[in-house]
Design a protein around this ligand. Structure first.
Ligand SMILES: Cc1cc2nc3c(=O)[nH]c(=O)nc-3n(C[C@H](O)[C@H](O)[C@H](O)COP(=O)(O)OP(=O)(O)OC[C@H]3O[C@@H](n4cnc5c(N)ncnc54)[C@H](O)[C@@H]3O)c2cc1C
Length: 420
């Protein structure tokens, strides 16, 4: 494949038209393109008077003339081979069916290994009902909610596939998502995004595939203990009094399963304190972000704009994260009497508001006590205080930015659910 880079496109074109334009820019004959693959597409909005798309396209080209100075790349191989020399008598157990657990399960079955995946929450279709019920009634199911259940914590978020990693396996993740029903554009857009509406089907397709290849899912079943002998895992025990013997356990439990993390700590698993970030969701009109990022001159049909802001102070940094264009803020608690919020959007990202997390970093010096679990206690304490401030009913406490800047309270009119 020939890689055509830095293709500047100033109007909205179909993919075929973009390839023709790319060939023109590289002085190639588009009739000689046997197949193509859009590798990258980004928006360059640095000059608001002249916003354009920047494409990288791989083409299979039959006319081999005039290809000087064009990079040649191999077609990507998305297989991940596991060395199976180890002789296993038992099936590996994966605890948790979030992205980590599901992809682990997928790669194992692709290598002929049949894992047992144990998830405390429900199948994604049933979990969706519990989430909707919580958002409508405030009745929380502590094992089936925005954080727990098949698909994990990202399912009811923006479905943005965020990572700072340059690992080539990131492209495998995208490819697998596409094969289970995600829009193909996630393969090449700068900030790929699936949307909660698509994720539900994709996760269910993924489960069906893993099951068809010999994997087993146990839903609504929680791993509550681990039998360890001479530093080796022997079995896991579930809350349904099941003992599953295994010599391999993959803990894909995410960062919110505080009880399981505590259990592992008291079992003697090595842990250490680490820094993390805490903060609030900030919400504003999407139109304001579009104007600020794109101006008002462009005729391009651009997606809802995003932003990222950072401030590096002397002692602490403050930054935005997980910006959710055209989305809503939703309650994402998994524990009783604690508030967690998150941004969620559908694939279209067509809601009126945008939101993002506004965070500060906290370090072990901010926590009292010596236990490696102090960070979790610190987090839980903040979430409990937010619950109380919101009125003890899973409504998040809200403050207008204007009030925050003027150091005054925002008063709330509960009856109309408006803020005055
Ligand atoms: C509120 C929130 C919003 C987020 N929004 C985004 C976003 O928009 N984009 C993004 O890229 N990332 C987002 N993230 C981060 C992203 O969701 C996580 O990085 C990702 O879900 C981590 O995947 P995981 O599989 O490691 O863990 P998780 O997704 O947390 O999955 C762990 C699973 O393990 C299960 N489990 C835990 N303990 C047990 C047990 N003992 N027995 C059985 N099952 C158990 C849980 O029920 C859960 O389903 C968000 C995270 C949170 C908490």
């Amino acid at each position: 494949m020939l890689r055509l880079e830095n293709i500047k496109i100033y109007t909205d074109l179909t993919d075929d038209e973009v390839v023709k334009e790319a060939c023109k820019q590289y002085k190639l004959d588009s009739k000689d393109v046997r197949k193509y693959n859009i590798y990258k597409k980004s928006i360059d909005a640095r000059n608001k008077e002249n916003i354009f798309y920047n494409y990288t396209i791989d083409i299979e080209y039959v006319g081999l003339k005039n290809i000087k100075n064009i990079k040649i790349v191999n077609e990507e191989n998305f297989n991940l081979i596991i060395d199976k020399k180890r002789k296993a008598e038992t099936r590996p157990v994966i605890v948790g069916a979030g992205p980590a657990g599901l992809f682990c399960g997928l790669i194992l079955v692709q290598n002929g290994i049949r894992p047992i995946i144990i998830e405390q929450g429900k199948k994604v279709e049933d979990r969706k009902k519990d989430v909707e019920n919580f958002l409508e009634t405030g009745i929380l199911n502590t094992t089936s909610n925005v954080q727990f259940g098949e698909g994990g914590a990202g399912t009811f978020s923006d479905g943005k596939l965020t990572t700072n990693s340059k690992n080539p396996l990131c492209r495998k993740i995208l490819k697998e998502f596409v094969s289970f029903g995600a829009p193909n554009q996630i393969m090449y857009t700068n900030k790929p995004h699936i949307g909660t509406d698509n994720l539900i089907n994709i996760i269910s397709n993924m489960r069906n595939y893993i099951t068809s290849q010999g994997g087993t899912f146990l839903f609504e079943e929680k791993v509550v203990d681990f039998e360890i002998e001479c530093n080796k895992i022997k079995s896991v025990l579930t809350n349904k009094n099941k003992k599953i013997e295994t010599d391999t356990v993959i803990l894909a439990i995410g960062h919110s399963a505080r009880d399981t993390i505590e259990k592992l700590y008291f079992k003697g698993i090595n842990m250490e304190k680490k820094s993390f970030s805490v903060g609030v969701r900030i919400e504003h009109k999407q139109e304001m972000i579009n104007n600020s990022q794109y101006g008002n001159k462009t005729k391009l049909k651009l997606p809802p704009a995003e932003y990222k802001l950072a401030y590096h102070g002397k002692d602490r940094s403050c930054y935005t994260f997980c910006m959710c264009p055209g989305g809503v803020v939703i309650g994402s608690s998994s524990n009783n009497s604690e508030i967690v919020t998150n941004g969620m959007s559908k694939f279209a990202r067509d809601e009126e508001n945008a939101n993002s997390a506004l965070l500060v970093d906290v370090t072990p010096e901010d926590f009292e006590g010596d236990s490696p679990l102090e960070g979790i206690y610190f987090q839980a304490d903040l979430e409990r205080k937010a619950f109380e401030l919101g009125g003890n009913n899973y409504y998040a406490p809200i403050q207008r930015v204007e009030d925050f800047l003027n150091n005054r309270k925002t008063t709330r009119n509960w009856k109309n659910k408006t803020h005055i």
